[in-house]
Design a protein around this ligand. Structure first.
Ligand SMILES: [Zn+2]
Length: 485
């Protein structure tokens, strides 16, 4: 069965057919964090959703190029840099490192490319020049460069592909300079913002004078630079549909004249304890807040993965306790299969003669196997509830067979193989993997930051600290791997 996904662009569920003629390469862009604070649990729902999409595509044999930008210059960041009297780089790198540590704690596969906006200023300038040359962008008297919605629509282009907009209320030439605005403020938006005193030292030279890029143009420049003018998948939270994603489409298609993205996927909102998350209500959680309450990244990941991505999800602390119980059921079953199969680290294995031979997977014509029902569920627009139902049905059935001594070591080992394949999509790991303390993960991230900055003295020091705490690091082309010493 082929994969189908809900495409916001067409407002319907569609078969997924990549742009690549051979059909096995997929370019996927997810809007990444704005690094001015710790990401909250609502943000994490979107990133875990992106990770599920990527893992399922890889499970189905697609070669995915996953790109996630780091927004390290933007209105909120500049305000915080000013308030904290630090520099842009010092401020943003710290939050970037904590973001990646949390991403790892949630067992999300690291994107292949994580471009920073501040390192793409030349590409951003080239893109804005192209939009000016095509007559859809202009420099205003305030020195900033804006995208003209009127001119863009005048060329026969479609503004409002993801959301319905009321153009009656729009007044031609009206401008909005802030990065975030409501649908009601439909207006020309800033591509390049002229330097103002409040920006402090955050500015770059450009053909239009000193200034900085707007938020929306960052994503167009970085996604097209890495994935090309047209690519397969673009993901983000539903709150980004307007203005951010709509503006990304306008800037990209306005510059290239080609369709920007084939499938747009949007994850729904998250409530916490039945209410919209807010600091004043005391229901605002970062991953760190939950870890401080004794929960693990694995439990948080599991809970975030229990709801369909297009449904509003009510995240509760009771739900996290339930996640712990559910994971324990899986761990117990998998642990018993390990012991029976004689897998390394398992308890004493039993000889095959002692148990009845019975295949773990069903015979042709029998009930569908775990692998088949799990795949069919996720192929159906990522129907995660049906996927979990298949997993827990398998756990129940396997436990029954174990209790009846009805599994051979070979059958147990084959059941484990199936579970490993399923788990490559769910990414809920095994208990041992989940036991890497947050402090160790943070040190590993700090070492990566030092290595990227070519500060090898610092990276060696961190390696020694990790060693003193009982953890070794092995560097591989896929990134560093932790090993318990
Ligand atoms: Zn974006």
């Amino acid at each position: 069965m082929s994969l189908s996904l809900f495409n916001t662009l067409t407002r319907g569920v569609q078969d997924f057919v990549p742009l690549n003629p051979a059909g096995n390469k997929v370019g996927m862009y997810c809007c990444g964090p704005t690094v001015y604070d710790f990401a909250h649990i609502g943000n994490w729902r979107t990133f875990v959703f992106g990770d599920l999409v990527r893992r399922h595509l890889e499970f189905k044999g697609f070669a995915v190029t996953h790109v996630m930008n780091i927004t390290d210059v933007e209105d909120k960041i500049i305000r915080r840099v000013r308030e904290t009297k630090t520099t842009l780089t010092a401020f943003t790198r710290e939050y970037e490192a904590t973001f990646f540590a949390d991403l790892e704690a949630l067992n999300c596969r690291r994107p292949h490319h994580t471009p920073r906006a501040t390192e793409f200023i030349p590409e951003i300038i080239v893109l804005i020049e192209k939009l000016i040359a095509r007559g859809v962008a202009y420099q205003a008297p305030d020195g900033s460069v804006y995208f003209s919605i009127e001119k863009y629509r005048g060329c026969g282009c479609h503004y409002g592909q993801l959301v319905k907009l009321n153009f009656e209320a729009m007044r031609a030439g009206e401008r909005v300079a802030t990065d975030e605005y409501e649908k009601e403020s439909l207006a020309d938006f800033a591509l390049w913002k002229a330097r103002v005193p409040e920006d402090g030292e955050v500015f770059w030279p450009s053909p239009w004078g000193e200034g900085r890029p707007g938020w929306h143009i960052e994503c167009s420049a970085m996604s097209m630079k890495v994935l090309g003018p047209s690519f397969d998948l673009h993901l983000g939270g539903e709150d980004l549909k307007f203005p951010h994603h709509e503006d990304e489409i306008a800037q990209s298609e306005g510059a290239t004249g080609k369709p920007f993205v084939k499938y747009w996927l949007h994850g729904a909102h998250l409530l916490v304890e039945g209410k919209k998350m807010s600091k004043s209500l005391g229901n605002y959680f970062t991953l760190r807040d939950l870890v401080a309450q004794g929960f693990t990244g694995r439990e948080v990941r599991y809970l975030l993965l229990t709801a369909h991505y297009r449904e509003t999800f009510n995240f509760t602390l009771d739900g996290l306790t339930g996640a712990r119980t559910a994971l324990a059921r899986i761990d117990e079953c998998v642990g018993k299969l390990r012991a029976l199969s004689g897998a390394p680290g398992a308890g004493p294995s039993r000889s095959e003669a002692q148990i009845n031979p019975q295949p773990a997977e069903s015979e042709p014509g029998g009930p569908p196997s775990l692998l088949a029902s799990f795949t069919a569920a996720l192929d159906d627009d990522l129907n995660i509830s049906a996927a979990w139902a298949a997993v827990f049905e398998w756990v129940r059935e396997t436990n029954k067979q174990l209790a009846e001594n009805a599994l051979t070591a070979t059958a147990a080992s084959s059941a484990l193989d199936t579970w490993e394949r399923i788990n490559s999509v769910l990414g809920i790991g095994a208990v041992a993997e989940a036991e890497v303390p947050a402090e160790i993960v943070a040190l590993l991230e700090a070492r990566q930051v030092a290595r990227q900055a070519r500060d090898f003295k610092r990276s060696d020091e961190i390696r020694d600290t990790l060693k003193a705490k009982g953890w070794g690091v092995e560097d591989s082309p896929k990134g560093p791997k932790l090993k318990k010493l």
